[in-house]
Structures are given as structure tokens and as C-alpha cells.
Design a protein around this ligand. Sequence first.
Ligand code: FES
Length: 130
Amino acid sequence: MSEAPVRVGALPARWAEGESARFRVTLDGVVRDAFAVRWHGTVHAFVNSCRHQSLPLDFGDGHFFDDAFDAIVCCRHGARFAPGTGECVEGPCRGAFLTALALEERDGALWCTGRRASAPPDTRTDRAPR
Ligand code: FES
């Protein structure tokens, strides 16, 4: 299914280091909360859902990093995710990945075009048992 691109914000060069933006994106016909963060000069975007219990990673305030600025942190149980890949490196969903989103610069802005093609396989741990 083709999804319409969503405007995320200004071009990455205009983002301050650590700056974030929250937005919504449609994946497989489902509207999902998402976020983008600038980390080490690159803007990365993910679905805003912890792989542990599918809760948002922030408290709705766009605060995603730990104090050391080396991990995206789930505000509820403290799972830590590598900002570049979305891999959980510490916490109850260790080894699982946030759903990475593709970003594209177009018409003087940054757009999300859907799931990142090179995203790691879906290793969700939050699915209900069948
Ligand atoms: S919901 Fe994030 S670690 Fe549990």
C-alpha cells in the first residue's frame, strides 16, 4: 500500500542537535504516532511505540534522549534504544528494534515517506499471543 508523505519539519540543517518533532504517519493503513530526532548531525525517525508494551516513548513532550544524549529512552520503564538504528540495547525489549521511518528532503522541508526500506526485521515483543 502506498502511503502519502508527511511533512516532519524544516530541513535537517536547521534542526538543533537533540531537537525533536512529533508527527503522525500512516503505515499499512494504520495511523501511528511517530517522532524524529537530530542526533550527531542526522535526523532519524521512528514510530513512537516502545517495543515492550507499545506505549509512547515520551510523555507527549517530545523529550526522547537520556541526559548523556547517547540513547533514546522509554520514559516508562527505561528501555534504551540506539538513536541511529532504533535497536533496544538495554531494557525489557533488548534486541528488538523501533520501527524506523524513511525521511526525504523535498521542497525545502523534511518529509517522512513511510517505513525505512533498510529497517531491520520486525522483532516486536509486544504482540498479543495467538
Ligand atoms: S514500555 Fe518502554 S520499556 Fe516498557
